[in-house]
Design a protein around this ligand. Structure first.
Ligand SMILES: [Zn+2]
Ligand SMILES: [Zn+2]
Length: 285
């Protein structure tokens, strides 16, 4: 990796408490080693505010603001109230997208042993299993639809989080006109990926692909122009650093895996993915 071949981490949570001891160093280290930009993602009002604040302090960090489908359950926040707060935040400088937002149901992911705990702080098992999927989907859908409207009104892209609910997600998105969205940390099948692509979506991969072969077919078959890459740090640390805290610089292992699986030169992959991210978020190139 050289400074003229920079990479972008398109989904990080640098506001997470895992960085409280060394956040400035982690950020400096990432940019010093060639990262071009980091997109820091909000998942409730508090982390969206933190995300916007981080972006206002760093020229190479951009922010998104959104309410994660599990936010209410995990932090005890009031998603409807948080939504009202978001509307004040979205117009801040350097806020480039709405999300992460979407749907998440209870079933355990079959291929991912250390799946993103979706920013779980104090989740009790009673809370996790207490609601049935039907009422859960209804509430999550309502909050998700509000964010779709917000994004469309401002002409901003959407960062979509979807776990165990791809068919429900596809149904919702098929009713959205002029959709500009990325399905982050992709966990669906090739068949579902094709449907997302038909709707105009981008698909984004994390460090999961460095140790699970389940997405090779999607990686090989999808048009690279529609692909974004991310760490979702501090979660989902890629090989060879699995077991450690994840950080933006480790997105390089995700880039390397994409190049290897697709049989392409790393430089070519970097160049194309960076173009994709810059275009999707409308960043300075
Ligand atoms: Zn997510
Ligand atoms: Zn995330």
């Amino acid at each position: 990796m050289t400074p003229d071949m920079p990479m972008i981490d398109s989904h990080a949570h640098l506001d997470a408490s895992q960085y409280d001891q060394d956040r400035p160093q982690v950020i400096e280290w990432a940019f010093k080693n060639g990262l071009k930009y980091i997109i820091n993602i909000g998942s409730d009002l508090e982390t969206s505010q933190a995300s916007a604040a981080l972006a206002s302090q760093h020229k190479k960090i951009y922010a998104t603001v959104g309410i994660h489908p599990m936010a209410e359950q995990e932090t005890g926040c009031d998603a409807i109230k948080d939504m009202a707060g978001l509307e004040g935040l979205v117009r801040e400088d350097r806020v480039v997208a709405i999300g992460e937002c979407g749907l998440e149901l209870n079933q355990k992911l079959k291929v991912v042993s250390d799946a993103e705990p979706s920013n779980i702080k104090n989740l009790s098992s009673a809370q996790a299993g207490g609601q049935n999927d039907k009422s859960k989907i209804k509430k999550q859908t309502e909050i998700f639809l509000t964010q779709i409207k917000l994004a469309q009104g401002l002409n901003l892209p959407l960062i979509i989080h979807c776990r165990n609910a791809h068919n429900e997600m596809l149904e919702i998105l098929s009713g959205v006109k002029n959709l500009k969205a990325v399905i982050h940390c992709y966990s669906g099948s090739w068949d579902q990926a094709r449907k997302y692509l038909d709707l105009g979506c981008r698909i984004s991969f994390t460090g999961i692909i460095t140790y699970a072969r389940d997405y090779d077919k999607v990686i090989k078959n999808m048009p690279i122009e529609r692909m974004l890459l991310e760490t979702d740090c501090p979660y989902l640390t890629p090989v060879p650093n699995r077991g450690q805290r994840n950080e933006p610089l480790f997105v390089k292992y995700v880039y390397e895996t994409i190049a290897r699986v697709r049989g392409e030169l790393l430089e070519k992959t970097e160049e194309q993915i960076d173009k994709n991210v810059i275009k999707f978020f409308d960043l300075e190139s």
